[in-house]
Structure formats: C-alpha cells, structure tokens
Design a protein around this ligand. Structure first.
Ligand SMILES: C[S@@+](CC[C@H](N)C(=O)[O-])C[C@H]1O[C@@H](n2cnc3c(N)ncnc32)[C@H](O)[C@@H]1O
Length: 255
C-alpha cells in the first residue's frame, strides 16, 4: 500500500481549509514587528503567516519541506511585490546564508519533527541560524487528557468551508488514530466536495502525522540544543501555561 498524499502536497486544499485562519496572526505580527531584525518562518507553508509579515514590512524568509507549499507562497509573495528567500529543506537540517532575530514555528509545524532526534536537530539548526540574543518561538497545541479522550478511529468532520467561485461546500473529515505512549496522532483525512443536491461529488484522501511535546520535555530539549534560557506561555496574550485547554507558546533564547 502506498502512503497517502501529504496535505502539504495539495496547497490549494490547505489554503481552502486554513488560509483564512487568523487566530494567531496578531501574535506573530507583534513578534515580527518587535523582532528588531529578520525573521525566519520555519514550516512557512503557503505563507499564511509569512505574507502578512512581509505586508507589515517585516524582513521575513521561509523554510518548508514541501515544494508545492513553497511554490504557492512564492507566487503569492511575487504578486504582492515581495521577494522573500524561500528555502526547500527539512526543518531538521536547513541552511540559509542569513542569521535571524527570530526563528518562528507557527501552527503546530514543530509537530512534524517526528522523533526526539528530529526535534533536537530542528532546535539546534534553528539556534545556529539565530543572531546573538535571538529567539526561537514555537506555538504548539497542548495535548491534554481531553484531547486524548476525543473519538479515535472514527471520522469526525473538522471543518466545512464554501469554495470561492462555485460556492460548493468542501468538508474535511479527519479519522485520528492516537498513540498516547508515542505522543503521536496519525490522521487519515478525506476532503469531500458536496454538490448542490447534498451528495458527495468528489473525495480526496490525505494523510499526515503529528508528534506532540509537553512543557518540561520541550524545556529539556531546549537545554540539550544549547539554548541559554526559555519561557513558556499558555496563549497568545502571554498568559501563564496552567491548563490543558491552553495553547503552548515557548520562547528559547540563544544568549
Ligand atoms: C500545519 S502547517 C503550518 C503552515 C504555516 N506555518 C501556517 O501557519 O499556516 C505545517 C507546515 O510544515 C511543513 N513541514 C512539514 N514537515 C516539515 C519538515 N520536516 N521540515 C520543514 N517543513 C515541514 C509543511 O509542509 C507545512 O507547510
């Protein structure tokens, strides 16, 4: 059996589902504007965060493993007159000629570092790309007990959007398989296009997996990767991380 197509090989579907998400955008704009130097968006995808950063006058570049995502980001940036440096590379072994005031990892991109070695290599490589006094900033969902107790192995409709143009409903059904001990989720995703009569007119199968990380584990990883200090938050307002339903945001400084 061949592996299912990664959602990141289908940037038009990614954008349809996620490009209008802006819950985290004010945060990243603030991070970018206050960086005091260039910003690298690690796992920048189609530019959901990168493009608004560039629009706001932030000197920002991107790295992403999946070329179709980068191609989409490049096209959008060009249309707006921006010329970011976009590098196709694994986040655990990327190389850019510049150093950055901030390396950011938005919207669970770090969950694609699948093993401890991947996580450490990603953190080390990010640190090597930071200016002195620079910071790696990561946002991850916090996988608390409620998350693990959600339906497993059953399709759940996660999102429904109307496709601009023909107005057709597009649904994202996610069947999640959770591995509590491995701290992983494997997703079998079905994108359903619904016709005017309410019938499923077309389906596209996608698959991905995410590796979750907890606060003190991430702290140890920062320590091992050579960061000088770190700070954790429980959301985009700088609130303390104290409840399982919060988002985890961590800053790690290289000096
Ligand atoms: C959840 S998306 C986030 C995209 C974008 N940061 C956003 O907020 O919309 C995760 C991104 O990480 C990229 N990615 C997955 N594995 C990667 C890896 N090993 N190295 C670099 N990028 C990776 C995917 O192609 C995708 O664009």
């Amino acid at each position: 059996m061949t592996d299912p197509l990664s959602p990141y090989e289908a940037p038009e579907i990614y954008d349809l589902m996620f490009d209008t998400l802006d819950f985290d955008l004010p945060y990243w704009l603030k991070v970018g504007r206050e960086a005091g130097g260039p910003v690298l968006d690690l796992g920048c995808g189609t530019g959901r965060i990168l493009l608004p950063l560039l629009d706001a006058g932030v000197d920002a570049d991107g790295v992403d493993l999946h070329r179709p995502m980068l191609a989409s980001a490049r096209k959008k940036a060009k249309a707006k007159g921006h010329r970011p440096r976009l590098t196709a590379a694994n986040m655990n072994a990327f190389k850019t000629p510049r150093r950055y005031a901030r390396v950011i990892s938005a919207f669970n991109a770090f969950a694609h570092a699948d093993t401890t070695e991947d996580q450490l290599a990603t953190l080390r490589c990010s640190r090597e790309h930071l200016e002195p006094g620079g910071a790696f900033v990561v946002h991850m969902s916090y996988p608390g007990p409620r998350y693990w107790a959600e339906p497993d192995g059953e399709p759940v409709m996660e999102l429904e959007v109307r496709r601009p143009g023909d107005g057709r409903r597009i649904q994202m059904w996610d069947t999640r398989f959770k591995d509590v001990v491995g701290q992983r989720q494997r997703s079998e995703i079905e994108i359903r296009e619904i016709d005017e009569a309410g019938r499923v007119a077309k389906t596209t199968g996608l698959g991905t997996s995410q590796r979750w990380v907890y606060r003190f584990e991430l702290e140890l990883l920062f320590r091992l990767a050579g960061y000088a200090r770190w700070e954790f938050f429980g959301g985009f307002e700088g609130e303390p991380l104290e409840r399982e339903d919060q988002q985890m945001i961590a800053w790690a400084w290289n000096g």
